[in-house]
Write a new protein. Structure first.
Length: 95
C-alpha cells in the first residue's frame, strides 16, 4: 500500500513538472497540452495541479469560465493540503 502511494506521488510530481514545462497557458495547442498534463497530474493526486486547474476555470484561461468548476478544483487542492487554494476560495467568496 505504501509503495503504491509513493509511486502515485512520484507520478503526480512528474506529471506536474511536465505540465509546468508547457506553460505559459493560453488557448494554443501548447496551452491545451499544459491543461491535459495538469489534469493527468491531478488524477495522480497533485494538489498544485488541482490549484492550477482551478485557476484556469476561475479566470477562463483556455476553458469556459466556471466558478463552480474552479471551486471543485480548489476544494480538491485544499483536501490535498494546499493552503493557498483555501485563500483562493475565500477570495472567490468575497467577489
Amino acid at each position: 500500500m505504501l509503495e503504491s502511494r509513493l509511486e502515485q506521488s512520484r507520478a503526480a510530481r512528474e506529471a506536474f513538472q511536465q505540465a509546468a514545462l508547457l506553460a505559459p497557458r493560453d488557448q494554443s495547442i501548447l496551452g491545451a497540452l499544459a491543461r491535459a498534463a495538469y489534469e493527468r497530474a491531478a488524477s495522480f493526486g497533485s494538489a498544485e495541479a488541482e490549484y492550477r486547474l482551478g485557476y484556469f476555470y476561475e479566470v477562463g484561461d483556455g476553458v469556459p469560465q466556471s466558478y463552480t468548476e474552479a471551486r471543485v478544483h480548489y476544494e480538491r487542492a485544499v483536501a490535498l493540503g494546499l493552503l493557498s487554494a483555501h485563500l483562493r476560495l475565500g477570495i472567490m467568496d468575497l467577489e
